[in-house]
Design a protein around this ligand. Structure first.
Ligand SMILES: *[C@@H]1O[C@H](CO)[C@@H](O)[C@H](O)[C@H]1NC(C)=O
Ligand SMILES: *[C@@H]1O[C@H](CO)[C@@H](O)[C@H](O)[C@H]1NC(C)=O
Ligand SMILES: *[C@@H]1O[C@H](CO)[C@@H](O)[C@H](O)[C@H]1NC(C)=O
Ligand SMILES: *[C@@H]1O[C@H](CO)[C@@H](O)[C@H](O)[C@H]1NC(C)=O
Ligand SMILES: *[C@@H]1O[C@H](CO)[C@@H](O)[C@H](O)[C@H]1NC(C)=O
Length: 439
């Protein structure tokens, strides 16, 4: 018996040793490759001259200096976790930061895909602020507005700098050694599911937000950050920023080159869509649709008005083009994207100064011509022309009137025509969208 155990144990030990040896070989090979590629120069770490020479914002750097700076930073990040005491100067390295600003049910997942599909050089994040909102939600629902404004802004700033540490503090359960299986909708970011961020699965583990294009281990945020630093373009989509001017510090941050695309949609269509997608929260609207009068001072009506006002006020700030936002703000209507997806996508790309790749083009063509049975409430694959007008048949005129009343100024600003009666509402020969160009 004992001999059997000993044999068995020895066998296991040998297997384990073989595995460890192989892993080591792989790691060595990989680091050899990295070393030969990335560290041709010795960083001037000790003299400190390098940092002084860079000045405050690195704007006086030549191209060679920039390269060497990047290598140095890479080397430092790789070899030292403790960088406190060294403030890294900013580098005008041509990196672009795009923020897609929207509210729920405005087609932002679909438009976010325009960037997610861009290709190798894009790092796209889908609703990272979900974690922040969740953590800051008060017991009675709702969030602490003043606390969330600065938290949203600070997390965005860090993410645009490829730094996940602040976001980590909002993820629940907290990441262990920068590893998490709980990043909201990870699968919606190709950058988090492609190599090198997709690591091999080690053991079977339940992950709510796992990658779908391939099997990956839990998300290593250090790896994500490294990958982000290699990319020239970053795009973040968020439906949680309510006031554009709260982002002013980001636009004035010399380390960032932020472009904001605000996506808006007809508030009547948004309400119709929310009544389906968030049916529990929109119970009152449902019951009003069936029967009864709509109390004008109802909290739900007030909430709708508040949403519309916030969107309008942000757009007013943007369209006014204050100096901190000049050339950095673009307003896009969902209806225009749905009707002319390629043209609008091209315009958005031109605005951001990023190449409009064939890959994006292909994706848009594929998705906008998809047959209408590929649905599901979060699906981005819809017959978009059809989709734009659908609400006109599903929404009672009574509700439309309420939206038109409380969201009137917002609708006028964006060129959405009021329906004067239920015939006008359902007659598809009458367009409820004025042609507008905002640029
Ligand atoms: C930083 O850059 C700005 C222009 O972008 C320049 O006016 C300023 O002097 C620079 N500051 C330093 C310390 O180099
Ligand atoms: C990090 O650096 C600071 C300042 O240089 C030093 O006081 C601290 O002990 C360092 N921490 C570690 C873990 O090395
Ligand atoms: C909201 O946050 C601020 C700090 O940002 C805090 O002073 C205040 O007490 C908070 N209010 C509530 C109701 O939690
Ligand atoms: C996460 O990635 C970093 C950077 O590549 C690596 O150093 C670290 O070991 C990884 N963590 C785990 C648990 O694999
Ligand atoms: C999409 O909807 C429009 C309008 O109803 C229709 O004309 C078109 O044929 C549809 N396209 C596809 C691929 O289903």
């Amino acid at each position: 018996m004992r001999i059997k155990y000993t044999l068995c144990f020895s066998f296991l030990l040998i297997v384990a040793l073989v595995i460890i040896q192989r892993e080591n070989n792989i790691i060595e090979k990989v680091s050899d490759k990295l070393n030969s590629k990335q560290t041709p120069q010795t960083p001037l770490l000790d003299s400190g001259l390098f940092w002084n020479a860079l000045g405050q914002n690195g704007s006086s750097l030549s191209q060679t200096d920039l390269l060497s700076y990047k290598r140095t930073k890479w080397w430092l990040d790789k070899n030292y976790n403790n960088l406190s005491g060294i403030t890294l100067p900013s580098v005008p390295d041509g990196r672009k930061h795009i923020l897609l600003l929207a509210s729920t049910r405005t087609g932002s997942s679909f438009v976010g895909e325009f960037f997610n599909q861009q290709g190798e050089n894009m790092f796209y994040l889908f609703e990272p602020l979900w974690h922040v909102e969740r953590m800051l939600t008060l017991e009675g629902g709702g969030t602490n507005a003043s606390a969330s404004v600065s938290a949203y802004r600070d997390v965005l700033r860090q993410l645009f700098l490829c730094d996940f540490s602040l976001l980590e503090s909002f993820i629940d359960p907290p990441p262990q050694a920068h590893i998490t299986a709980a990043l909201f909708r990870r699968a919606s970011s190709q950058s988090l599911c492609n190599t090198p961020v997709c690591t091999p699965t080690v053991k079977k583990l339940f992950e709510r937000y796992h990658c779908r294009i391939r099997r990956c281990g839990p998300l290593n945020l250090t790896l994500a950050s490294e990958s982000c630093l290699q990319k020239q373009q970053l795009a973040i989509k968020s439906v949680r920023i309510q006031h554009l001017e709260t982002l002013r510090p980001l636009l004035e941050d010399p380390r960032l080159d932020v472009r904001i695309i605000q996506l808006v949609r007809d508030p009547r269509a948004v309400l119709a869509s929310r009544m389906v997608a968030f049916f529990r929260k929109y119970r009152s609207w449902k019951s009003w649709a069936k029967d009864g009068d709509i109390p004008e001072d109802d909290i739900e009506v007030k909430k709708l008005k508040g949403n519309c006002d916030n969107i309008r006020m942000s757009a007013e700030v943007g369209l006014k083009q204050p100096s901190w936002l000049r050339g950095r703000y673009m307003l896009v209507r969902y209806e225009d994207i749905a009707r002319f997806p390629l043209r609008k996508a091209a315009e958005m790309y031109q605005f951001t100064g990023i190449p409009f790749t064939p890959k994006v083009k292909q994706w848009i063509l594929r998705s906008t011509q998809a047959s209408s049975d590929v649905s599901g409430v979060y699906s981005t694959q819809k017959n978009s022309t059809q989709q734009v007008e659908k609400w006109r048949n599903s929404m009672p005129f009574k509700l439309v009137q309420v939206v038109q009343k409380v969201c009137g100024p917002t609708m006028s600003l964006f060129g959405y025509t009021f329906a004067e009666n239920s015939e006008m509402l359902t007659n598809k020969l009458v367009s409820l969208i004025e042609e507008r160009t905002y640029l």
